[in-house]
Design a protein around this ligand. Structure first.
Ligand SMILES: Nc1ncnc2c1ncn2[C@@H]1O[C@H](COP(=O)(O)OP(=O)(O)OP(=O)(O)O)[C@@H](O)[C@H]1O
Ligand SMILES: [Mg+2]
Length: 427
């Protein structure tokens, strides 16, 4: 079906330390069926602001902008959308909720509709409005105590069951973040949390397993947000503290502008598979503050090694985030790390690890440790340190509340060192 989208949207940015967004420019979207093209025009006033943020440093970076304010800019590398804008849009789950709400279940909507329909809870610091004079669409956030009700709604959507309109109405305020899993944003006195719900397709209690894995990652020196596990409707829900929102007293939240690694690499989603970790390192070298780049490269190495150790093979480019900090981008805390049970011992990461390609082994990780600003002895020490901790995973998962049955179900995700390409083989 041919559909023409709303052609022009005003893109607003919540600048650091400010509670009101300012207009940054205009997004012109044309869409015929699945064929989308877009251009962006920065406002002259916006680019003159000393604290203006780049919406997307690859396509809309400021090195070229002062000259180009008022000019139409197309996304780099022939992309149809700007990565920085796509990162603020919902993914599979949020789109499903919007489609349901607009009573178009199953039918895709024009891209502009997904942008306009997202609310205050979307990732990062952007907002999309029809006109410069439009105010924000603010709503009170759902509270953690409403989790039962929210999970009931998420279940219905996940199962393609009808959802009462008032339930959907409430659910929409918090369903606009990315990712495919059922989720909602909820608030308590500490701030905002991403609630990740159990899903129909889960093979084990994924919320608790993800919480246990994130705790294990933290012990391995991976920077992760605070998490907690809440009960709703007799089931477990993972709560992950949002790293792109900070409480501003009782007045709402300050936001941090978010770009995924996909955006900083100027790639399309279909190009994620097989992209190398070393390309993320190159993005760090290009966009991170010089005094922090080294630590971030080493942190990325830790994340790669940990993903190998727990068979977190869904390490795609949207599962790495960056937060704007002035004219730079800093690696965000890690998220979405899950052990993936598998048959056999040979497995592959989504991203290329080292000289042996995507092969998920520790010796492969070591092949390019220099790229991550680590010497071989330093990288070896990190690997050995993580191995020692991850070896204890059964005990730690049990202490975390993962059931004995679920521990058995995920066990194949954890391999012995000899199957990880480490230490004596064939032992
Ligand atoms: N703690 C957090 N703070 C802020 N943003 C977050 C946080 N956790 C996740 N996000 C954002 O929300 C998106 C979805 O989260 P996540 O990757 O955990 O969900 P998912 O549904 O499991 O994803 P996938 O589809 O990759 O399996 C992320 O891509 C990231 O943009
Ligand atoms: Mg994800």
């Amino acid at each position: 079906m041919i559909s023409e989208a709303t052609p022009r949207l005003v893109v607003f940015v919540y600048l650091p330390g400010e509670l009101d967004a300012v207009p940054a420019g205009e997004l012109r979207l044309s869409q015929f069926g699945k064929d989308i093209s877009s251009v962006f025009v920065y406002g002259t006033r916006y680019v003159q602001r000393p604290n203006a943020l780049e919406i997307d440093p690859v396509s809309l970076g400021f090195r070229a902008i002062p000259r180009r304010a008022g000019e139409e800019i197309a996304p780099a590398h022939g992309l149809s959308l700007f990565g920085g804008i796509r990162d603020a849009a919902p993914d599979a789950w949020g789109r499903r909720v919007i489609e349901r709400r607009l009573n178009a279940a199953g039918a895709e909507l024009p891209e502009a509709a997904y942008l306009l329909e997202t609310r205050d809870d979307r990732a990062g610091a952007l907002d999309f409005r029809m006109r410069r004079t439009d105010g924000p669409r603010k709503h009170p956030f759902n509270r953690i105590v409403q989790l039962d009700y929210l999970l009931e709604c998420a279940d219905k959507i996940d199962n393609d069951e009808p959802v009462p309109a008032e339930m959907l109405q409430l659910f929409q305020y918090g369903s606009n973040m990315g990712g495919a899993r059922p989720k909602a944003v909820v608030e308590d006195d500490d701030g905002l949390w991403v609630a990740k719900f159990p899903a129909r397709r889960d093979r084990f209690n994924e919320p608790v397993a993800e919480a246990a894995t994130l705790a294990l990652a933290r012990d391995c020196g991976v920077e992760v947000p605070r998490t907690k596990v809440a009960r709703a409707g007799g089931r477990d829900v993972l709560l992950v503290k949002r790293f792109d929102r900070e409480k501003a007293g009782g007045n709402g939240y300050y936001r941090r502008h978010f770009n995924s690694a996909l955006t900083l690499l100027g790639k399309d989603e279909t190009e994620s598979l097989g992209t190398a970790y070393s390309e993320i390192v190159a993005a760090i070298a290009r966009f991170a503050p010089a005094d922090k780049a080294r630590a971030m490269k080493q942190q990325l190495f830790r994340r790669m090694v940990f993903s190998i150790l727990v068979s977190n093979t869904d390490d795609h480019l949207r599962n790495f985030g960056f937060l704007a900090s002035g004219r730079y981008f800093e690696l965000s805390p890690a998220y979405d790390i899950m052990p993936t049970p598998a048959v056999g011992f040979d497995r592959y990461q989504h991203l290329t690890v080292g000289r042996m390609g995507r092969l998920s082994t520790l010796d492969n990780a070591l092949t390019e440790c220099g790229v991550f600003a680590l010497t071989v002895p330093e990288a070896t020490a990190i690997i050995d340190g993580q191995l020692k901790i991850v070896e204890q995973w059964r005990k730690r998962f049990a202490a975390f509340g993962v059931s004995a049955t679920d521990i058995d179900r995920v066990a194949s995700a954890f391999r012995a060192p000899r199957h990880l390409g480490w230490g004596p083989r064939g032992a």
